[in-house]
Design a binder for this molecule. Structure first.
Ligand SMILES: CC(=O)N[C@H]1[C@@H](OP(=O)(O)O)O[C@H](CO)[C@@H](O)[C@@H]1O
Ligand SMILES: [Mg+2]
Length: 499
């Protein structure tokens, strides 16, 4: 997938999907790094040669490889796609199939579907999403009907690929009014003053949203449509928003799934063996707002933490029957285990004959519909958006009701340029610094000064900086804690200290 996601239009890059449709396996990352940085063509060929031997990859023509290629709307994507094709065709037995302009999750979905022997075109993707969405909406309890303003959703497409795909998808959903802005057709620049990354980090409205939108449910996608956040425009100031971030999307999903599981448990008959205890797990990172973690725990859910980066969250979530993961920035999905899905299928068949139309059967059907709607390969803004919409309809909630699940603790994120960010070694899902020595003790002293204070530092995986995160009970305290910790990072690791 040729994309640089939420970054500037002039940037570009690649994301690689594994045959499973998930992200490139972590063991292959050092190899990908090495070939991307190989200084000469000879070196490149040598690296590939060594890797092929190491991984015992056979080129005897017995197995041909098909590589699906996609790109986002960046102009440089066209020539990079040509380069990728040449690369693929230089491997004996390999062919490249250009799937066209796509969102990143669409391409992941296609790879997964293809290798499962399922239909895998773009139309199949849209059909799966729209039909499972309709199925979920049809299972909404009758007494719940939304009021007029809540009917409408306005989506910021980040001037990228997501907006144009949503235009196609929305035609297949008869029950919803979706207005797409910043679709890229109005002349705006990709990710400039628009998109999920901008909205979540700056906590302001994207371009094209105004005071007249107060009270309306709004959503924002990032440049390759694998991130999703919601927001509403505040009445006191047109640039202020009430942000509904990935943590709250996670909370909404977790609440809904938990509800369905408890309906399932209310057995009408006493067939105990039919009571399969589904393991439900929620996965977050240290960037998750502390209020969201409290909320999830108070729901009685198992909450676990991993280091930043969806590859870690995804891997962890796959350990459960239902694993829900989200980064605060809006990247996440829900994973269902094969065992649990087979159990749901069997349960559905049984209930069809015994108690068709019962609450239990509806809960089973809802869970099955969620598993078809939500992208099992990777976080997907379009499928996530449809699931949010279906759940809000199910609950009869406005964005305000949803936002009120809990109140975010004020937080602040800063970046610090340091001599060598790899000098920072962390533990416990990046919440504790092991090296350099003594900095963690100094951070602890700062944190202790603030009610509900929490702060950590970690080296970014995507930029040459140390990131500082702080939260506290009031904004001024979060800001001041972040500043003091940033100062510590600079003292211990900054250029003043480099000698
Ligand atoms: C604090 C933050 O938002 N970090 C982002 C960012 O990683 P860093 O390692 O923090 O640079 O980019 C990642 C890839 O998009 C995303 O997964 C992650 O959540
Ligand atoms: Mg993205």
């Amino acid at each position: 997938m040729i994309t640089a996601s939420h970054n500037k239009v002039n940037d570009n890059g690649v994301k690689i999907a594994d045959p499973s449709g998930g992200m490139l396996t972590q063991e292959w990352e050092p190899f990908a790094d090495a070939i991307a940085n190989s200084p000469t063509p000879q070196h490149l060929v040598q690296l590939i040669d060594e890797f092929v031997k190491k991984e015992n990859i056979r080129f005897d023509g017995a197995r041909s490889a098909e590589i699906l290629l996609g790109r986002d709307t960046r102009p440089s994507g066209e020539s990079l796609l040509e380069a990728a094709k040449q690369g693929v065709y230089s491997i004996v037995g390999a062919t490249a199939t250009d799937m066209g302009i796509l969102t990143t999750p669409q391409l992941h979905w296609m790879v997964r579907a293809r290798n499962k022997g399922m239909k895998a075109t773009e139309l199949d993707y849209f059909e799966q999403l729209s039909s499972s969405f309709r199925c979920l909406v049809d299972l909404t309890p009758n007494q719940i009907k939304m009021n007029k303003t809540d009917d409408k959703l306005v989506v910021d497409g980040a001037n990228g690929v997501g907006g144009e795909k949503l235009e196609v998808l929305k035609k297949m959903l008869n029950s919803m009014v979706i207005e797409v802005r910043n679709s890229g057709k109005e002349g705006g620049v990709l990710n400039e003053g628009v998109g999920a990354d901008y909205v979540q980090k700056e906590k302001v409205v994207p371009q094209g949203f105004y005071l007249k939108d107060v009270g309306i449910r709004c959503a924002s996608l990032d440049g390759d449509a694998d991130r999703l956040v919601y927001f509403s425009v505040q009445s006191n100031n047109a640039s202020n928003i009430d942000l509904v971030d990935g943590d709250k999307i996670l909370s909404l999903f977790a609440l809904f799934i938990k509800e369905q599981l408890s309906i399932l448990k209310m057995e009408g008959d006493d067939h105990v063996d039919e009571n399969y205890e589904a393991r439900l797990g929620v996965v977050q990172t240290a960037y998750a707002n502390g209020a969201s973690t409290d909320y999830l725990k108070q729901l009685g859910l198992e909450v676990v933490f991993t280091p930043t980066g969806v590859k870690y969250l995804h891997e962890k979530a796959a350990e459960y029957d239902i694993g829900i993961y989200f980064e605060a920035n809006g990247h996440g999905t829900i994973l269902f285990s094969e065992v649990f899905l087979s159990w749901l299928d069997a349960r559905n068949n049984e209930l069809s004959s015994k108690s068709k139309g019962s609450e239990q059967q509806k809960a089973v059907l809802r869970l099955l519909a969620v598993s078809n709607l939500i992208n099992q390969a990777v976080g997907d803004a379009l499928s996530g958006l449809l699931l949010v919409e279906a759940i809000l309809q199910y609950k009869g909630w406005s964005i305000h009701n949803w936002s009120e699940l809990y109140h975010d603790l004020p937080s602040r994120q800063l970046k610090v340029k340091v001599v060598d960010r790899t000098a920072v070694v962390t533990a416990n899902a990046e919440t504790v610094v092991l090296r350099p020595p003594l900095i963690q003790e100094a951070i602890n002293v700062e944190v202790a000064k603030y009610p509900r204070g929490r702060s950590f530092i970690r080296p970014s995986g995507t930029e040459d900086v140390i990131r500082v995160y702080a939260e506290a009970s009031i904004q001024e305290a979060a800001d001041s804690l972040a500043n003091s910790v940033a100062k510590l990072a600079d003292q211990f690791l900054g250029f003043g200290n480099s000698g």
